[in-house]
Design a protein around this ligand. Sequence first.
Ligand code: URA
Length: 311
Amino acid sequence: MQTETDTQVLAALLDWYREMGADTAVAESTVNWLERGDAAPGHTFRLPESEARARPEAEARAPETRARPAAGPSQSVDSPKNSAPPRASFQAPQAAPRFDARPPFSATPPDAAEIAARTAAGKAESLEQLEAALRTFDGCGLKATAKNLCFYRGAARARLMIVGEAPGREEDLEGKPFVGRAGQLLDKMLAALSLSEADVHITNVVYWRPPGNRTPTPQESQVCRPFLERQMELVEPDVVLLLGGAAAKQVLDVAEGIMRIRGKWREIKSGQRTVKTMATLHPAYLLRTPAAKRHAWRDLLAVEAALGKTS
Ligand code: URA
């Protein structure tokens, strides 16, 4: 019989899973990953015959679940990885899952996907067309596990374009970038510069939520890149603000960490134009590390000054 304590422990365990980013059910049966043995983590598992028969082929393939737990953007320093789950007594499944060598989610090989992305993005003459192209684009594996496409929030044309890392849970549910806690802080940061959503164009380097809020892989970012480049050409910003290390690395093609590259102006080509870019700390990091807000504030003042000069 399940006691009240059991219920509390199970509720705490579920809360912990959610905190870690494991908030998406990818299959109806649980899988004991510890029984994977020596199989490489990218390999998929097969669902029990009965369940696989009941589901369409594409759906029956489990997406990649070797994600890092939700640590927010990549400059995380106090990752919740160290915290232990609440204890609960639950049993391992009777039958061990069987593994095979099929790749997870049969995405097109990156090269072909990138070429397809460039072709599709290049044809778009407006943001509406770019969004339509993204909706039909199947070359990014993240689409398989995301609920919604998160294209952009704010103005279609804006002098300030803001690029984050990837949609999180709230963003995935709403289909818009930066609507969760980090987004609320971002809005406050912008308000401090007397800017509102109507003055800026906000997006991410990938358009779909990575499972468990992990950092997008270089391949996932790369395949979305032609869309981001075209988006920038269509938005025609004067200044691009990059939030966090993942966005900075992807857009600036640099290997250094965010602490080294933040606060410095760099120029990038966008179509025929040259655009000023600055990387700063990600709002999710600032939520965890309030002492770092002074760095972000300094960067924002530099952005404000640059916008003032180019108006
Ligand atoms: N973090 C991001 O990088 N992007 C979002 O849209 C939300 C959180």
